[in-house]
Design a protein around this ligand. Structure first.
Ligand code: HMG
Ligand code: MG
Length: 284
């Protein structure tokens, strides 16, 4: 039997958040609807973050209210604090994500607090999500290197990954935020991390700066990871990580997964409609 690998589509959030020009709410909705039709099980639709920090996500509630919801799809959103979670609950998100960093420099740049403070801030988020029966995903950024602090020690990644799982995240997505990873540095990270953490509790979130993200997915598959984040059309980046390009293009990620003999269940033809919307943004 073919083993299934989950592609977590993050384009509407990680892809769009970094667009300088305002993307109309209707375009965001059309993109999410096109992705729903392509068969993704999880789509990260938006972020309930400060609009001062990420203006592109200011229409999160309108987006969630107007997408055509497909029952089989889980619509997720980022929630950095309790206020974000309350808004995500009001908007009917199926799951949320808290996000921390493995390096202090990026934590301060992205969340305006230390790593430990960010975890403290997540405690009430986890409590309310648990009470509401809402699954919470965890992100850990800068797992290979930080644009401010340089290379990240694997031990720091182990420590914060375990903390995110301990507070109740069902999975931790490992962010190579600036796409610095090589198969060598990722292998070194797994050598530490996988002694302590089940690979099925991890996801790979590889930005594709140097075109190595597909190789990192291949290596992660070899180590037992079965969930990867990708962004339709390779759109995006992080506004608080200078030089961060988009996540790996969804099509390239799916090609790698299929080449390795895993199933993913995505309708590659239907994906074209979402890709055309992204291409229209690039051309605009
Ligand atoms: P702060 O300035 O320290 O906190 O920001 P604050 O409490 O003073 O809030 C600032 C303003 O935002 C206030 O409004 C709050 O009311 C408001 P003002 O008084 O200035 O008018 N505010 C909110 N508004 C809406 N929704 C909220 C919310 N919270 C506060 N939830 C804060 C702290 C966490 C809010 C801020 O740092 C923030 O929003 N950061 C988010 C940054 C972000 O979204 N980055 C991109 C996503 S992470 C990423 O891309 C990496 C990832 O892809 C993985 C990887 O690649 O590594 C996940
Ligand atoms: Mg990212």
């Amino acid at each position: 039997m073919t083993v299934h690998v989950t592609l977590f589509e993050v384009g509407p959030r990680d892809g769009l958040q970094n667009q300088g020009a305002w993307v109309p709410t209707e375009t965001k909705i059309a993109l999410i609807d096109a992705l729903s039709a392509a068969g993704f099980a999880s789509i990260e639709a938006t972020s309930f973050v400060s609009p001062r920090w990420v203006p592109q996500m200011a229409d999160a509630a309108q987006v969630m209210a107007s997408i055509r919801r497909v029952p089989a799809v889980r619509y997720a959103a980022l929630t950095p604090n309790l206020r974000g979670l309350e808004a995500a609950l009001a908007a009917g998100c199926d799951e949320v994500a808290v996000f921390a960093a493995a390096s202090e420099g990026f934590s301060h740049a992205n969340l305006n607090c230390s790593i430990a403070e960010s975890l403290d801030r997540f405690a009430p988020v986890m409590d309310l999500a648990r009470a509401q029966g809402l699954p919470v995903r965890g992100y850990l950024s800068t797992v290979i290197a930080c644009p401010f602090d340089g290379p990240t020690p694997p031990e720091a990644v182990r420590r914060w990954t375990e903390r995110l799982l301990e507070i109740g995240c069902y999975e931790v997505s490992l962010g190579d935020t600036i796409g610095a990873g090589t198969t060598g540095t990722l292998e070194a990270l797994f050598a530490t991390l996988l002694q302590h953490v089940d690979p099925l509790a991890l996801a790979g979130h590889f930005h594709d700066t140097s075109g190595r993200a597909a190789d990192l997915i291949g290596l992660s598959l070899d180590h037992g990871l079965r969930c990867f984040d990708a962004s339709v059309g390779g759109l995006g980046g992080c506004p608080y990580a200078p030089g961060a390009p988009g996540n790996i293009d969804t099509r390239r990620a799916l090609d790698m997964i299929a080449r390795r003999g895993f199933s993913h269940g995505i309708d590659m033809e239907a994906l074209r409609k979402a890709e055309a919307i992204v291409a229209g943004l690039a051309a605009a």
